[in-house]
Design a protein around this ligand. Sequence first.
Ligand code: ADP
Ligand code: MG
Length: 260
Amino acid sequence: MPTSGPADTASVVVGNVTKIFNQGRSDEVPALSDVDLTVGSGEFVSLIGPSGCGKSTLLRLIADLIEPTSGTVTVAGRPAAQARREQEYGIAFQQAGLLEWRTVRRNVELPLELRGVGRAERRARAEEMLELVGLADFAGHYPGQLSGGMQQRVAIARALAVQPPLLLMDEPFGALDEMTRERLQSELLGICAKTGTSTVFVTHSISEAVFLSDRVVVMSARPGRIRASIAVELPSRDEAGRQAPVYFEKITEVRQALRS
Ligand SMILES: Nc1ncnc2c1ncn2[C@@H]1O[C@H](COP(=O)(O)OP(=O)(O)O)[C@@H](O)[C@H]1O
Ligand SMILES: [Mg+2]
């Protein structure tokens, strides 16, 4: 396994990043402007903002799927490209993106296979991750035999299989019904707490952002800038937390930051 940095190392540092798509062409799009973002080790940060404000772009920059026009991205103290090679993170997007012809178990094993992890260890790790997301009994099923919520949990298990220090999630629960969404939110928090994973989570939902996050980062319309960074401390991240006055206060604070 790759070793993560010392505990006091920030998990992600985005420094003065600007992203302009198609720069110098007539279809130039300034997507992000002067973005600074630090995610601490073990911290859960949500990105929220109007559609098209550059949330996915920021996540893709952190994942080194695209490069900034200017500025720097560091993951676990390394340049993003190096962190990607060393598989410092797992990614889960809105669509589960499972391979239909592979069983659930073998979908979860895939990133381990790509890293050359041996068969027995792969299998053990996949079982452990499926246990964690409550799908141990479905290891032999195919994705087409599962509900949308279950498929999404498989995708999360797969993202976690390499035990990444950093989890990047882009509206992973966007397509799910409210009940499933709430259950997966709780499961995700449990998993993050158990594994000490740092998380950057993109969502449209103010309540989801507040419920999940240590910090909600509010972005402005395109070109995206960071407008506010709102720390959230709930008494607990469960049903009681969802009913705590501070939960509603933070929802209001985020909503106001989005509107201002
Ligand atoms: N590959 C690309 N080429 C050109 N423009 C892009 C590309 N990806 C995203 N954009 C544009 O950048 C802006 C931000 O997009 P995105 O990060 O997907 O927003 P969000 O996830 O907040 O809805 C949008 O105007 C989008 O059209
Ligand atoms: Mg997006």
